[in-house]
Design a binder for this molecule. Sequence first.
Ligand code: PLP
Length: 409
Amino acid sequence: MDELRQVYLDNNATTHVHPEVIEAMSPYLNDLYGNPSSAHHFGRSVKAKISEARETVAQAIGADPSEIIFTSGGTESDNLAVKGYAWANRTGEKTRIITSTIEHPAVLQVVKHLSKTGFDATFVDVDSEAVVSPESVEKALGNDALLVTIMHANNEVGTIQPIKRIAEVAKEAGVAIHTDAVQTFCKVPVDVNDLGVDMMSMSGHKINGPKGVGALYIRKGVKIQPLVHGGHHERSLRAGTENVACIIGFAKAVEIRMANMEKIAAHTKALRDELQKRITQAIPFVRLNGHQDKRTPNTLDMSFECVEGEALLINLDMAGIAISTGSACSSGSLDPSHVLMAMGIPHEIIHGSLRFSFGYENTMADVDYVMNHLPRIIRTIREISPLWDPHKEKVVSVEEAAGGAELRH
Ligand SMILES: *Cc1c(COP(=O)(O)O)cnc(C)c1O
């Protein structure tokens, strides 16, 4: 057995802060502490730096700097977009928000909350690969439609949605569209005009920036109400003295990730594809969750039959490997992943699902290391499962355990 390594494969949850990001932030936690709203030189120099950061973020998505609002992260951006738009644009008859069943809780829970406070909600289903079809969005667009909010890529399985087509469908019906692009921003090309979206959420800590900062793109002319009232910061849409160091760190991360986007995408995809191939070769009764091709390049979500995700997570963690699972308890709730359930995957298979999400720092040695441990751990856990026949190396009651899912062997 090889030496214990630290292998971080949970980059869809959060990422390592890039050293150049910390370096860029540091002066603004030290000498350059001015309030950007102050008229003296302490304030003015910081204000100029924030304008620069706004330009960097705007340029990365083909927007105008005046269309970027800095927030505390993806969650706040989603809240500001969906609540802010719903509150500002609701009329007597336009009350319906159309979303999907696989959104991040930062959208899903907002829409659920709004549906309890006078709005209506439609949760569009996805197919078995987690794709939202433009046709199903079109069908949901009645006279009462107020807003469409569909994520660009899913954080669990990585499936990238046909947002451009969905935006066209929304536009034809005269309905605004928001997309949560936290998992695609700076990972794959994202251009607000190409996509045709009216609002778009971004976050810093998923792209090697600091935690607690993000941005919302709001197309010129789109009316929204603030969540936080106070001073005139961020065009009066987000009151409060700016999180200066984090905004500057966020912009630095955007700069680094945009300059290296293709390189990092190719690198993480090569590692991801290799791990997927080797797992499929070495471990029987495994399936891929999400779309094989239309997927963020760093994401791999797989289900292993006859194993518990928690047991897998703990055993991998003991070997120094950090991943996440769609199984129940890890998410802090009693329910397994709402994304995998929406895809129609049977509960017992969801329980054995793992997400590996790669970052730019991962190497092929990390993939080797995972393959030195994962098959052994799965064999051990399967040996104590009542549904596993260790002699035949197969699931005992395939029909029961598989529930119609696609299986290998
Ligand atoms: C992480 C994530 C969020 C939340 O972003 P925070 O900055 O952590 O609040 C929202 N949506 C998606 C798709 C995410 O992956």
